[in-house]
Design a protein around this ligand. Structure first.
Ligand SMILES: Cc1cc2nc3c(=O)[nH]c(=O)nc-3n(C[C@H](O)[C@H](O)[C@H](O)COP(=O)(O)OP(=O)(O)OC[C@H]3O[C@@H](n4cnc5c(N)ncnc54)[C@H](O)[C@@H]3O)c2cc1C
Length: 597
């Protein structure tokens, strides 16, 4: 049985000490999250994750969801009770507006505990995860009436939500979408079509399911310009909010899949189902993007979550598995062999995992803080800067943290040797579960294109310039500090490579778009390397200051200095390889005719 312990101490270090979140107590909700409250919430979240959600992770994987002949779907045993506890604890609406029953606490906090929940049970947490995305879309684009009708029940968790984009012939390219919406004349629409791969599309944990469905209103323009978004409930709801007869929505089948077995992935059939337009006619993609952006950060968080859980198990195994002797002489001579944690190659893996996880957590929380500032600040300038950084970082967090999460799961599995490949230790589940995060919510190749094709040039490159300045200033401010030099030197080199890559793109991608496409994946990872390195810089700086002042947890702070140094020595130098690949252009990549493959 895998182990899991929520890294509360590390989260506190990032939120309280590195991000110094109390600086933002002028933002709505922040003053309510005093340090005591913060600690209490993280502690309660940790308990729910460790004691309730985590023990069901294996059950969910083994049992999976079942579809019955009447089209109903049941979730694995124990999920109902755990979901109930999650809702009763108010976790669904932690950062949602108070007027609809939420607690209006910072999204930063929601993200912090979200990591624990997802580490403990990613498949189960997708039911509330999709609901939270749907809540965000209704808050941003719904009418007052729609908000009153749908949000309170979703925020209390009585009704869950889904997002329905994908169709059999239409994945990344939503312009191909065929589901149709016919106006009935009474303000509603009849929605028909088939959606596939719909997470949490049907299940028996909630009274109702609120599907957000992309469809094309009859006569709408072709392509993405003719897509609208609709609320389509599983059961119709009257004006008083009472759940009534079944709508024309059914689950045709459940997908058999590689991982996240505890989450139902459904083929959903819409047969003249009653639906209500949300947002503007033909403005569906914009409305759905609200949901997708939130979901993309949530998926990045899944990468981090699995990485952390896998790492913890690898450490425990490496401490107890006895094989071989240390290269520098027996460390536990009374035993027949040393634990494998003495071997440098095992350390390479453990240190890599830890260096990515700890900076990944900081990056995720820093990005969540930008979201809070962007949505809650009264200062227009602060809002704009934060919104720029949020938009820029969303594809990086999604693409890089999920790729790394999968790599870490594989690395942790490797620490277990053959025991990692068999199911008993649970490492295979981490690998299988982590894999999907690289694919859904826009496959990672699409995240890279979003970064290079859209986010870099947005507002004349304002966001990327602001990020470069922030990292550059950090290096400059610490240049003469000899304790910081080993860190800032490496970070500056990474930043130089990233700036050189950006310049190369500016000079070579406009006239030859394949150069942008060919560079995009490396560019996204190069960006991620620098962003994670910047997080290490800030963590190390904070740790050094606390150590000098005799504050904080000395052990943890000293460990930060070592792990941060490992990142700078062993991981950051990958920036040079990315730059070399980026600047090699697209000629060779595109050099063979399609028939030559
Ligand atoms: C378990 C699971 C759960 C899911 N949950 C949901 C859900 O809840 N709601 C929902 O709507 N969908 C969901 N999806 C669908 C998921 O979001 C899509 O699978 C994903 O967006 C990719 O679409 P596709 O599978 O059709 O691949 P395609 O679009 O066919 O892409 C295939 C490959 O080509 C690449 N590619 C495509 N276009 C380009 C391009 N222009 N340039 C470069 N590369 C390109 C892609 O990156 C990908 O690697 C889920 C999928 C799975 C497997």
């Amino acid at each position: 049985m895998p182990i899991y312990q929520a890294p509360v101490r590390d989260t506190l270090f990032v939120i309280r000490d590195v991000l110094n979140y109390q600086r933002y107590d002028n933002l709505a909700g922040f003053a309510d999250a005093s340090p005591d409250i913060l600690e209490a919430i993280l502690g309660e979240g940790a308990k729910l994750a460790e004691n309730v959600l985590h023990p069901l992770n294996r059950v969910g994987d083994e049992e999976g969801c079942k579809r019955h002949d009447d089209g109903s779907v049941t979730v694995p045993k124990g999920f109902h009770e755990a979901y109930k506890q999650y809702c009763e604890g108010g976790w669904m609406g932690l950062s949602a507006p108070e007027e609809f029953g939420g607690q209006n606490l910072p999204y930063l906090l929601h993200s912090a505990v979200g990591e624990y929940f997802s580490s403990a049970n990613m498949a189960l947490m997708m039911y509330p995860g999709l609901t939270q995305g749907a809540i965000a879309a209704i808050i941003t684009h719904g009418t007052d009436e729609q908000k009153q009708k749908w949000l309170p029940r979703m925020i209390e968790g009585t009704w869950t939500g889904t997002m329905n984009l994908t169709e059999p012939h239409c994945g990344t390219d939503l312009g191909l979408l065929r589901s149709k919406a016919v106006p009935t004349g009474n303000g509603s629409y009849k929605i028909s079509g088939q959606k596939i791969f719909i997470s949490a599309g049907e299940h028996d944990m909630s009274e109702n399911i609120v599907h957000l469905v992309l469809a094309r209103i009859e006569g709408a323009p072709e392509g993405v310009k003719g897509i609208s978004l609709f609320i389509v409930p599983k059961y119709k709801v009257d004006d008083a909010g009472t759940v009534g007869e079944a709508n024309g929505v059914s689950c045709g089948s459940l997908e058999e899949k590689m991982g996240i077995h505890g989450n139902s992935t459904c083929v959903m059939n819409y047969d003249e189902a009653e639906g209500f337009l949300i947002g503007a006619e033909n403005g569906g993609l914009k409305a759905m993007f609200t949901m997708m952006n939130e979901a993309r950060l949530g998926v990045g968080l899944q990468g981090l979550s699995i990485g952390e859980a896998a790492y913890q198990n690898a450490v425990a195994y490496a401490r107890e598995r006895l094989q071989g002797r240390s290269l520098t002489g027996a460390k536990e001579p009374e035993k027949k062999a040393d634990p494998i944690i003495v071997h440098p190659d095992i350390r390479r893996k453990l240190m890599t995992m830890r260096a990515i996880n700890e900076s990944g957590r900081a990056l995720l929380l820093w990005t969540a803080l930008q979201s809070d500032i962007a949505h809650r600040s009264d200062d227009e300038n602060a809002r704009q800067i934060a919104d720029d950084l949020l938009a820029l970082m969303t594809p990086v967090v999604k693409g890089v943290l999920t790729d790394k999460g999968f790599d870490i799961a594989v690395m942790a599995q490797q620490v277990f040797g053959g025991h990692g490949y068999i199911e008993e230790h649970g490492m295979s589940q981490f690998v299988r579960d982590a894999r999907i995060a690289m694919i859904y919510e826009g496959a990672n190749g699409i995240q890279a294109l979003d970064l290079v094709g859209r986010k870099l040039a947005l507002n004349g490159g304002r966001a990327v310039q602001a990020f470069f300045k922030e990292v550059g200033d950090f290096c400059e401010e610490n240049r003469s500090d000899e304790n910081m030099a080993p860190y800032t030197k490496s970070l500056k080199k990474g930043l130089n490579d990233l700036q050189a890559a950006t310049m190369w793109l500016m000079q070579n991608a406009m006239q030859k778009p394949d150069n942008a496409g060919a560079a995009s994946y490396d560019y996204m990872h190069l960006f991620g390397l620098v962003a994670l390195g910047y997080m290490w810089g800030r963590m190390v700086k904070t740790a050094q200051a606390q150590l000098a002042a005799g504050e904080g947890d000395k052990d943890m702070l000293e460990q930060k200095l070592v792990v941060g140094r490992f990142y700078m020595e062993r991981i950051m130098p990958e920036s040079a390889a990315h730059l070399a690949r980026i600047s090699s252009g697209s000629d060779t990549m595109m050099g063979l005719a399609a028939e030559a493959f």
